[in-house]
Design a protein around this ligand. Structure first.
Ligand SMILES: Cc1cc2nc3c(=O)[nH]c(=O)nc-3n(C[C@H](O)[C@H](O)[C@H](O)COP(=O)(O)OP(=O)(O)OC[C@H]3O[C@@H](n4cnc5c(N)ncnc54)[C@H](O)[C@@H]3O)c2cc1C
Length: 466
């Protein structure tokens, strides 16, 4: 190992993650390796086979005039990270964090991000239809339902200010006041709600089918091939040496699509992108299809910090994730951990009777939790992902840190990264929100806005009674 070669810590993907609802059944690409031995060299190495890694490979291989060899190296089964364990909710942030983003980054940057996210619903739809992907894709309305009267009032006031300021396009957002909120949303005790266009899908199916298409275009895929380090310098031909459990592979271009695990290979990002554990569940009715069918997806907001996401599936079953009330006050249980091989035990029972508790008409549905799983996200210290060429590492690119909110951000980011890697397009012309750009200043910032926000909760260490 050379002096400045990266070293491994303890934030690499762990073996044997708990199965999620989405990946419970075996798939043909599990354990897949394009060749028995790793090639000794290749044009582009992509580390990670979630939506960031596979989306980037997809866009790189879209241009058939670009002859290039690409290998995706994946520590576990393909798409076994967050993308294979999430809620499947493509939910653009239409307004909620716009005031915060405008305060930190300026109104123009906040508006650019909101428009970028909104366009993802149709970008994902286009991809699904163009490639004929069978992944339960549905366009829907997302309902953000507010349960705390004070929080509801504050959010309504912030929304009205936003309308007044005209920073973002709110034509697709609809507000429902308290008098109608419970009936419109179906959520008991709703104080107000907002709705806007969103989508949901089965992300693991989408990614596995994309991978299959790309393998037909000569992509090389190596599962169960964790990368342990990258050389600190290039060789005389400008190639970086990538050390894996199955030997060395050299490439002039490397793309880190490593989500919360990024700091393991790029220690300079350890403070900027932190692994975070989330928990999610699948609920089915024991009375078959006799329960009211929910046509919208939900964000159920108990207060400014605690919220759940809920996605009804076409078969009538429900995905619910969140349960922060049970464990967020206890930092060690979720912050800085990559352990998705275990549940957050104290949160599991949170999902029992969830539908009966919160939804009108579900009281005698017999709805029952049939699986609970965890997954690892990459939370960014300044709330924005890191995308683009890594400072002082020519030919190395990052696309990571989507902060639990990747589905309305990643796909078009992969298109932008592909244009940088393939055509040398500067970040500024790549179509990406300016605040996604990875920079030395962001990487070395001492301040973590995320930690500042969480500190009061950790200090009190008290479980929320919500
Ligand atoms: C429980 C849960 C629910 C979520 N729900 C939603 C939701 O509903 N909507 C939404 O927008 N977002 C949601 N998210 C977040 C979303 O899933 C992520 O933002 C998105 O999937 C990130 O994609 P990715 O490709 O960057 O990461 P991942 O899908 O995690 O892919 C990274 C891959 O890199 C591999 N890897 C890392 N290090 C190495 C290494 N050293 N060697 C080889 N391979 C390596 C990992 O094994 C992993 O497969 C959720 C996340 C979780 C965990």
């Amino acid at each position: 190992m050379t002096n400045n070669q990266t070293k491994t810590g303890n934030t690499a993907p762990v073996d044997n993650p708990v199965p999620s609802f989405w990946n419970a059944d075996p798939r043909p690409l599990d354990d897949f390796r394009s060749t028995e031995d790793l090639p000794s060299e290749i044009d582009i190495v992509i580390i990670g086979s979630g939506i960031a890694g596979v989306g980037t490979a997809y866009h790189l291989l879209q241009d058939t005039s670009f002859k290039v060899s690409i290998a995706i190296l994946e520590a576990r089964d393909p798409c076994s990270g967050a993308t294979g364990r999430n809620g499947g909710h493509v939910k653009p942030d239409a307004f909620l964090n716009v005031p915060r983003n405008a305060k930190i980054y300026g109104a123009a940057a906040a508006a650019e991000l909101a428009a970028f996210e909104a366009s993802h619903v149709y970008a994902v739809k286009d991809l699904v239809e163009r490639e004929g992907l069978d992944c339960d894709f549905n366009i829907t309305r997302a309902l953000d339902v507010f349960l705390d009267p004070e929080h509801a009032k504050q959010t309504e006031a912030a929304y009205r200010e936003l309308v007044e300021a005209g920073i973002v396009d709110l034509r697709d957002t609809s507000f429902t006041p308290k008098k109608d909120a419970e009936r419109v949303s179906g959520v008991k005790g709703a104080q107000c709600c907002f709705s806007y266009t969103a989508a949901h899908l089965w992300p693991l199916k989408m990614i596995h089918q994309l991978l299959q298409l790309l393998l037909n275009k000569d992509l090389k895929l190596y599962s169960h091939t964790p990368v342990s380090s990258i050389s600190g310098t290039q060789d005389e031909n400008g190639r970086w040496a990538v050390t894996t459990s199955r030997g060395l592979i050299k490439a002039p271009k490397i793309i880190y699509a490593t989500n919360g695990y990024t700091g393991e290979l790029l220690p300079e990002y350890s403070r900027s992108i932190v692994p975070i554990r989330g928990i999610c569940s699948h609920i089915s009715s024991t009375k078959g299809t006799d329960t009211p069918h929910l046509v919208n997806t939900y964000g159920i907001r108990f207060d400014a910090r605690n919220n759940d996401y809920l996605i009804p599936r076409p078969d009538g079953s429900i995905i619910v994730g969140g349960a922060r009330q049970r464990f967020w006050h206890n930092k060690d249980r979720w912050y800085g951990t990559v352990r998705d091989d275990e549940l957050v035990d104290e949160a599991v029972s949170y999902f029992d009777d969830y539908m009966q508790r919160h939804f009108r008409g579900w009281e005698s549905s017999g709805a029952k939790v049939d699986s609970v799983w965890t997954g690892i996200m990459g939370y960014s210290a300044d709330f924005m992902p890191h995308v683009g060429e890594i400072p002082e590492k020519p030919g190395q690119f990052i696309i990571a840190g989507f902060t639990g909110h990747g589905m309305p951000q990643v796909l078009l980011s992969t298109k932008g990264v592909a244009s940088m890697v393939r055509d040398g397009v500067p970040f500024e012309n790549s179509g990406l929100p300016r605040i996604f750009k990875t920079t030395k200043a962001r990487i070395s910032a001492k301040r973590s806005l995320m930690e500042e926000n969480l500190e009061p909760l950790w200090r009190t260490g008290r479980e929320s009674k919500l």
